[in-house]
Design a protein around this ligand. Structure first.
Ligand code: ATP
Length: 290
C-alpha cells in the first residue's frame, strides 16, 4: 500500500482581463494569478484492485466523475499508460466552494502531483501541467502555482517573478455569481476599464508589492449585478480602511481579498471582515511548486 499527502492551495487573480470572444466560443483571457497558503489537503492511497473512491468533509460535493479530482486521476492514468490500482482520494476541503478561488482545479492539480509522486516523478511539473489541460483551464496554473501569467482560456502559463512576501485577507460574501451570466454581461458592455497588466508585470520585476497591489483589477467587478457590486465594493473599502495596499475580487467572484505588508494590520482587517463574512481567512502569498 502506498500513500501520499498533498496540499492544494487556493488561487487569487491579481488581475483579470477578458480580451475578447474567440471563434471557438471561449473567451481570450489575460490574468496574473497568485497562490496562497489557504489550502485543501488531499491524501491519495493506492491499494491492489481497481476503481477510484473519493471522500470529502463536505457532504454536498460530488464524489463521482463530476469531481475534478476523479477526472484528474483518470487523465493521469491515460497519460501514464498504467492503472493506479484501487485509488482512495480523501479531500479535507478548506477552500470555499464556488468562490472564484479555483478550489476544484487545485484539488485536480494536487491529484496529478500526488500520483506523479507515487510513480516516482515520471513527469516534470510542466508535463503535469500539460496533462492538467485535459481536466480544466485553471488546472495547469494550479499544478505550477506561485505567481504566473495565464493566457488563452487560462491554460497557457508563463511563470513570473514571485510576489514579494505579504499577508492576504480573503472574504467570501454569502451570495453566488453565475459565471456564464457574468461573461454574457461582459460581452454586452461597450466601455470598459481594463487592468494595467503590463504595469503589474513591471512592478513584479521590481519587487514592488505596493505597485502590484495598487494596480490589481478584475473586469468582472464592473458587470456584477448592482447589489452584489455594492457588497463587493463595501468589502474592498473595509480592507483598504484597515491598511490593505490594494483590494480586488478574484475570478468570477464573489471572494474579495486585500494584500498587506504588515501582519498586525492584516490581523485587524481579518477580525473586522469576520464580522461581515463567515468565510474570512488570513493567509499568505506562496511561491511556485517545485
Ligand atoms: P474557479 O475559480 O476555477 O472558477 P470556483 O472557486 O469558482 O472555481 P470551485 O470551488 O472550484 O469553484 O467549484 C465549482 C464547481 O465544481 C462546484 O459546482 C463543485 O461542485 C464542482 N467541483 C468538482 N470537483 C470539486 C472539488 N474537488 N472541489 C470543489 N468543487 C468541485
Amino acid at each position: 500500500m502506498a500513500s501520499v499527502t498533498v496540499e492544494a492551495p487556493a488561487k487569487l487573480n491579481l488581475t483579470l482581463d477578458v480580451l475578447g470572444k474567440r471563434e471557438d466560443g471561449y473567451h481570450e483571457m489575460k490574468m496574473v494569478m497568485q497562490s496562497v497558503s489557504l489550502a485543501d489537503t488531499l491524501t491519495l492511497e493506492q491499494t491492489p484492485g481497481e476503481g477510484i473512491a473519493l471522500f470529502s468533509n463536505l457532504s454536498f460535493l460530488p464524489t463521482d466523475g463530476r469531481n475534478l479530482a476523479v477526472v484528474a486521476a483518470r487523465e493521469f492514468e491515460k497519460a501514464a499508460g498504467c492503472k493506479m490500482g484501487h485509488l482512495e482520494i480523501r479531500i479535507q476541503k478548506r477552500i470555499p466552494v464556488c468562490a472564484g478561488t479555483a478550489g476544484g482545479s487545485s484539488d485536480a492539480a494536487a491529484v496529478l502531483r500526488g500520483l506523479n509522486e507515487l510513480i516516482g516523478r515520471r513527469f516534470s511539473l510542466v508535463q503535469l501541467a500539460g496533462i492538467g489541460r485535459g481536466v480544466g483551464s485553471d488546472v495547469p496554473y494550479c499544478v505550477l502555482g506561485g505567481t504566473a501569467l495565464a493566457e488563452g482560456r487560462g491554460e497557457l502559463i508563463t511563470p513570473l517573478p514571485q510576489l514579494p512576501a505579504c499577508w492576504v485577507v480573503m472574504a467570501k460574501p454569502g451570495f453566488s455569481i453565475s459565471t456564464p451570466e457574468l461573461f454574457a454581461q461582459f460581452d454586452g458592455k461597450k466601455t470598459r476599464c481594463r487592468p494595467n497588466t503590463e504595469g503589474v508585470l513591471t512592478a513584479l520585476e521590481g519587487g514592488d508589492l505596493g505597485g502590484v497591489a495598487r494596480r490589481m483589477f478584475n473586469v468582472f467587478e464592473e458587470v456584477l449585478p448592482f447589489r452584489k457590486r455594492e457588497r463587493v465594493e463595501e468589502l474592498k473599502c473595509l480592507l483598504l480602511d484597515h491598511g490593505a495596499l490594494g483590494a480586488c475580487m478574484t475570478g468570477t467572484g464573489p471572494t474579495v481579498f486585500g494584500l498587506f505588508s504588515e501582519e498586525a494590520a492584516a490581523w485587524e482587517a481579518y477580525q473586522e471582515l469576520k464580522n461581515h463574512c463567515r468565510d474570512t481567512f488570513l493567509t499568505q502569498a506562496l511561491g511556485s511548486q517545485n
